[in-house]
Design a binder for this molecule. Structure first.
Ligand code: AHR
Length: 630
């Protein structure tokens, strides 16, 4: 089609304003005009017993179902084992148990056993028991037998090859319940995952076993301690707090299944175990003191969630006298955490091995009480609030949903959303009233990727965190959730979890690395950062640390295009030209990490040269942290 000069002139006139709009992308930072302080507790951790996070995860125990779960009516994880002509019959004995807390046991009837034909019971662990070379495993079991002076051999045996990596014999197992300890030392054996623990005897006998336990080396060598690789991954996240013990795990499906801290203390034989809300029973090896020692090992503070009278199956306790025992439990729990040795619960903590009180500033009353259809939370929160403040006025008390009865110190907001939704929420807290309670974003995640989030999710997470950091005068704390998942089939109840593992190995998702990058590079004050001319889905936040003379600029490019950015550092004074750029990126938003490819998407660091005006190109689908010395 031939165009007339008039039409061409009109087209030119129409396109002129468009040219003006397409300004080149820029970022301006007002380095000397801090707008607000960064909350010193901004980045933290949230976990609970979900996805085999503790049992079969962080908690070092390698024996699955060490107190057999009677409710399942079987000894699913405890096959009988018999060699040669020997026979082994396994059952649960409801009348024989080692303590008032554990009143049942595994009854093993061994017939015709000899030195060459031993028999007993085995345990396959949490999808295999991992074996490493030159390692020392410490174990114990409670037992009694009808046959005096019975030997019991404990061995780590490979599922496929039958090769024994280590074994030890406990002698003198006798007629009264007693705990027996053993040590298994491996030599120069190959690393393997598919092993089981065998407990056999060489004589005909009936043996009752309970609490059969085996631990690998643990983080900081704590007895009853935690898995080293997962603790290291958490430490690398630079957390400042750990919200414990949940989540839904705090509440339980029923009131009787709540996290009852008093039943999680002391020797494991005195812990009855309890049903968790995520489909399996908790060993409670991760009891309140173990949670607190986990905090201590990571050098973080607990954010203590106390049960507040609501459980998930719509069971609740009305405010008033019926709730008082639970309020008292909360006061006792706080005393266990913070009390001196002259207090009842502080003395008990000392007796269990930790004389020094733990620091505590935040207590959360319940979990997600907006789901309580009885709408009793207003009254329940008020009752807890008044009782706790009367004794501990210094504590900040978190409400799990807004209440009218009293102004909470902090309200806990939870978000589990798609990437699209999260991108649209980045400015959410820019607009929230500063005269209301402070905000704890106690659980949040972009839910894309299964079992662990992909790069798209990480981009949205990072964008969201620019908003949290910018608003950290209001948002005093936040935590991604859930943190951990055992990636074996049937191990996962909730997909998109930050860190995945099996019994041997673990990996961080792209979202994990976004957390590591953000929490590891945060200043003490927010400084204004303004983007212009950038496409949608480019986000930024900047903070500075005057003491360390650092400026941290975070930039998220969630688009498929490279974004060349002209960066101005206004009022910066003297700038060190040597700076650092850390980038997390991948070829597509679906890029991800897994056990098989744990480092497909990891942060890369490079040296760059900067001045008060410089350029940097944000590669497509990238999360970037610029660390500048000034
Ligand atoms: O993080 C998983 C669950 O999500 C938590 O248990 C609960 O608080 C929330 O609904």
């Amino acid at each position: 089609m031939k165009r007339s000069p008039a039409l061409l002139a009109l087209l030119a006139a129409l396109s002129a304003p468009l040219c003006l709009v397409a300004q080149s992308p820029s970022l301006t930072i007002q380095v000397n005009q801090p707008s607000t302080k960064v909350s010193p507790t901004l980045y933290g951790l949230m976990t609970e017993e979900i996805n085999y996070s503790y049992d079969g995860g962080l908690y070092g125990e390698l024996v699955r179902d060490r107190v057999p779960a009677r409710t399942w009516g079987s000894l699913h994880y405890w096959p009988a084992v018999a060699r040669g002509n020997a026979v082994s019959h396994i059952s649960i004995d409801e009348k024989e148990g080692p303590s008032a807390a554990i009143t049942h046991s595994i009854k093993v009837q061994v017939i015709g056993a000899t030195e060459k034909a031993p028999a007993g019971v085995e345990n396959n662990g949490y999808w295999g028991i991992p074996v490493r070379p030159n390692a020392t495993y410490t174990g114990s079991f409670w037992a009694k037998t009808d046959t005096p002076d019975l030997p019991v051999t404990v061995a780590l045996e490979n599922d496929q090859t039958g090769v024994v990596a280590a074994s030890a014999t406990v002698t003198g197992v006798s007629g009264a319940w007693k705990q027996y300890s053993y040590t298994l030392k491996t030599g120069n054996v190959p690393v393997s995952q598919n092993n089981h623990l065998l407990l056999t005897t060489t004589k005909p006998a009936t043996i009752w076993f309970e609490l059969i336990s085996l631990f690998p080396p643990t983080y900081n060598n704590r007895p009853n301690g935690n898995r080293i690789d997962l603790m290291e991954k958490m430490a690398a996240m630079h957390p400042t707090f750990l919200r414990l013990p949940g989540g839904n795990y705090l509440e339980g499906d029923h009131i009787a299944d709540r996290f009852d801290f008093k039943k999680t203390l002391g020797e494991t034989v005195n812990r009855p175990t309890h049903q968790g809300p995520w489909g399996y029973r908790s060993s409670d090896g991760m009891g309140l003191l173990e949670f607190l020692e986990w905090c201590e090992d990571l050098k973080v503070e607990p954010v203590l969630a106390v049960y507040a009278g609501y459980s998930l199956a719509q069971e609740h306790i009305d405010p008033g006298p019926a709730l008082e025992p639970h309020v008292q439990d909360a006061l006792d729990e706080i005393e266990f955490v913070t009390g001196g040795p002259e207090t009842h619960w502080g003395a008990l903590r000392a007796k269990y091995g930790h004389p020094a009180p733990f620091p505590l500033h935040y207590v959360e009353i319940g979990n997600e009480d907006q789901f309580d259809h009885s709408h009793s939370y207003d009254g329940r929160y008020e009752q807890f609030y008044k009782a706790i403040k009367a004794k501990y006025p210094q504590l900040q008390l978190i409400a799990t949903t807004p209440v009218k009865s009293i102004k909470p110190d902090v309200v806990d907001d939870h978000y589990y959303e798609s990437a699209d939704t999260i991108f649209g929420m980045v400015n959410h807290y820019d607009k929230i009233d500063r005269n209301g309670p402070k905000i704890f974003v106690g659980e949040w995640a972009t839910r894309e990727g299964d079992p662990t989030p992909n790069l798209d999710a990480a981009l949205a997470d990072a964008a969201w965190m620019t908003g949290l950091e910018r608003n950290s005068d209001l948002v005093v704390m936040h935590a991604y959730a859930p943190l951990l998942t055992n990636v074996n089939a049937h191990g996962i109840q909730w997909d998109t979890d930050l860190i995945g593992y099996d019994s041997l190995n673990s990996y961080g998702s792209p979202s994990y690395y976004a957390q590591v990058m953000f929490a590891g590079h945060v200043g003490t004050e927010v400084v204004p950062a303004t983007l212009a001319g950038t496409p949608d889905r480019v986000f930024t936040v900047a903070t500075r640390d005057e003491q360390k003379h650092k400026l941290y600029i975070k930039l998220v490019n969630a688009t498929s295009q490279a974004v060349p950015l002209a960066i101005s550092l206004e009022g910066a004074g003297k700038i060190d030209p040597k700076a650092k750029l850390i980038t997390l990126t991948g070829k597509t938003p679906n890029a991800t990490n897994s056990l098989a490819a744990p480092e497909a998407v990891v942060p890369m660091e490079k040296a760059i040269t900067v001045s008060t005006k410089f350029s940097e190109t944000l590669v497509p689908y990238s999360i970037n942290v610029l660390e500048i010395n000034n």
